[in-house]
Every structure is written in C-alpha cells, then in structure tokens.
Design a protein around this ligand. Structure first.
Ligand SMILES: Nc1ncnc2c1ncn2[C@@H]1O[C@H](COP(=O)(O)OP(=O)(O)OP(=O)(O)O)[C@@H](O)[C@H]1O
Ligand SMILES: [Mg+2]
Length: 352
C-alpha cells in the first residue's frame, strides 16, 4: 500500500528548494500557497515576486525534483501567481499606489532611453504586471509617438486619465501642449510639471512605474528624486567606450542621490558600434549588466510607427533581448525591494 502523503512531507521537501534570486527556500519565503493533497496527488501555487520572473522554469524543475523524493507521491500540479513586493518608501506618496518606480536614464541624448523604456514597459505588461510609463522628458516628450497615441482620454473627476495601449498606462507633456509650441521653461516649472504628471493622474495601482528621463544629469533627474523615492535606476549606454564615460556620469549621479542602480543596458550593440562597453561599465562599477539590445532598423521603424518592436516583431533578436532584459529588471527590482523590507517574505496581506 502506498504511503500517505502529508502536508508536512510536501513542505519539508519544498523547503529544500532555493529561490535562485533571494537565496532562501520557497517555504520560509512564504511562496507556497494553497497546498492541497488529494490522495497521493499534490497541488499548490508558487507565489512569485513578479509575474515576469526569469527563473520560473528552474524553480519548477527544482520543486518537481524535490517532490519526486517524497515516497508514494502522485501527480504534482504547480500553479503560478505573483505578488510584486511594494517598495515601502513609496507607501503614502503623492496619493498614488506605486509598488516600484524605475527610472530609465543615460548620461547623454539619443542612446535609446525612450525606446527601451517603452519596450520594457510593454514587455512587463505582457507578462501580466500592472505597468505605468511616465514621460518625464518634459521638453522633448517622445513616448506618445513611440506608443502610437496622439491624444489622451478626457479627464475624469479632476484627474487626468492616462492613455492606455499595449497594456501600459502612460502620460506625457506631449498630450498637454501643441506639437509646435516651444517649451522654454525654468527649473521650478519643470518641477511642478513632473509633480503634476505624477499626482494629478488617475494611475490606479501599479506594480511598476517606468520613468523615461531626458538626457543628462540635470534638473529632471534631481527633481524626480526629490519628488518621489526611486526604487532603482537603469542606465543605458551605447557600446562604444566614449559613450560609457557619459553613462558613468549618469550612474554616479544616481548613487549620489541614493538611488540604487538596477543595472546597465547596452543599446545599439553589434558590428556597427561594436559591443562590450556596457558590460565593462557594469563590471567596473559593481552593478548588474542587464543585457545588450542589438542595433536593428526595425527598432527605429517600430519607434517611428508607434508599434514598438516587442509588439511588431516579438521574436526578433532585438525584441527577444528586450523581453529577457525586462524579466531581469523585474527580478532585480524584487531583490532590491525585498532587501529593503523588514521581513524578507512575500507578504500575504497584499494579495489582490
Ligand atoms: N537598438 C536600436 N536599433 C536601432 N535604432 C534604435 C535602437 N535604439 C534606439 N534606436 C533609435 O535611435 C533613436 C534615438 O532613440 P531614443 O529616442 O529612444 O533615444 P533617447 O535616449 O530617448 O533620446 P533623447 O535623449 O533625445 O531622449 C530613435 O530613432 C530610435 O528609434
Ligand atoms: Mg528620449
């Protein structure tokens, strides 16, 4: 006669499975939920810290291998769910519920910040995360064009309604000014414009607010860090060494502002501009290298046509790289945010 499977035996097997990012076991991290035993068959849910978890496959393999050692075990069914941890510093900020805020930056212009911000936002949304995209480039707002949206919906209850496309909510100064209207503003006006796009918008609850910054290390970056705690900043660089020195300035600025660096992305990688400066910069600065996005004409076409490459050619090398980077970003942000929490477990009270 087969042995009876107990909850204790299952949990004890699962407590040997280590979450590869958090380096603790699934049971003590409180990731095992809804455990049900029916005869010899076992069903449970693994609660991830992000729906975009890059290591789902590995965790499933490890969990199945561990359970296979339980004598008499029958069919194992694993369901998945995610509860993105909240960066506690963001609680009660600006009347919004942002669980994490991620700034996309670079030391200089034209390296692909907006392109990457847009594609990351869409990739995360496709994985099932609730994503907002704030165009904090007040003077050169490009997000609506890249998303292929000209107007935002009418305001409701005295709040701006963000535009929504490809599963991403977004807002931009481009919606609020005429395209041919020059924007010559001083610092304080920039400050209040960014603040308004954060506070006066009906964002709803977001797992990730991605923030597309203007180039450089100026007012907008400072302002943003003053208005709202940033969970992390992503630094974009081109693959040439000369570009990396600009990126380094950007990286150092965030360190000065006490904003953790999520990692470095190399954009426009390939034969034309070369490869390697991004990874080298990351190594030298002791931060994560999140990946390289190849130079690909379809990336530009996607930006110009309002159909970003992760939508237009999701299986192209550039889109594949962007989707992988999005998962990496999500994983790194989970680690940063959980490290900041007193109890390093995936909280139960926040399940929707
Ligand atoms: N990997 C890539 N391959 C080909 N073209 C790209 C790639 N990444 C970005 N581009 C193109 O390069 C141009 C600049 O990109 P983007 O506007 O995203 O840069 P940015 O850093 O946001 O610029 P700014 O500093 O002006 O805000 C765009 O035309 C975009 O489509
Ligand atoms: Mg830009």
């Amino acid at each position: 006669m087969a042995e009876k499977i107990t909850e204790q035996a299952v949990l004890s097997a699962l407590s040997t499975v280590i979450e590869p990012e958090l380096h603790r076991d699934l049971v003590s991290l409180n990731m095992i939920r809804n455990l049900k035993i029916d005869g010899n068959d076992v069903t449970f849910t693994i609660m991830l810290t992000t729906p975009a978890c890059p290591l789902r496959g590995r965790m499933e393999q490890d969990a199945r291998a561990a359970l296979a050692k339980v004598p008499g075990i029958g069919k194992v069914t694993i369901n998945w769910d995610a509860n993105v941890p909240t960066d506690r510093r963001l609680t009660n900020q600006l009347g919004q519920v942002f669980r994490n805020t991620i700034a996309v930056s670079s030391g200089k212009g034209g390296v692909g910040k907006t392109t990457i911000a847009v594609n990351l936002a869409i990739a995360l949304a496709k994985e099932g995360a609730r994503v907002g995209l704030l165009d904090a480039d007040i003077l050169g707002p490009n997000v609506p064009m890249m998303m292929g949206v000209e107007k935002m919906p009418p305001p409701q209850d005295r709040k701006l309604t963000p535009a929504e496309k490809y599963g991403v909510k977004f807002i931009s100064m481009a919606f609020l000014v005429k395209p041919d209207q020059p924007l010559i503003w001083r610092g304080p006006m920039l400050h209040s414009a960014i603040r308004q796009l954060l506070t006066d918008v009906a964002w709803g609850e977001l797992d990730y607010l991605i923030i597309d910054l203007p180039p450089g290390t100026g007012d907008a970056q400072l302002t943003l860090a003053q208005i709202l705690p940033l969970s992390g900043a992503i630094v974009i660089t081109q693959p040439m060494q000369v570009a990396a020195s600009d990126a380094l300035r950007g990286l150092k600025m965030f360190e000065k502002l006490d904003v953790p660096i999520v990692g470095v992305i190399e954009n426009m990688s390939g034969e034309f501009f070369g490869t390697g400066a991004g990874e080298k910069l990351a190594q030298e600065q002791g931060v994560n290298f999140l990946g390289a996005v190849p130079l690909d004409a379809n990336v530009r076409v996607g930006g110009d046509s309002g159909e970003p490459i992760v939508v237009a050619y999701p299986d192209s090398p550039a889109a594949t790289a962007l989707r992988q980077i999005a998962r990496e970003v999500a994983a790194r942000v989970s680690v940063l945010t959980l490290a900041n929490q007193a109890s390093n477990v995936i909280p139960i009270e926040m399940i929707d």
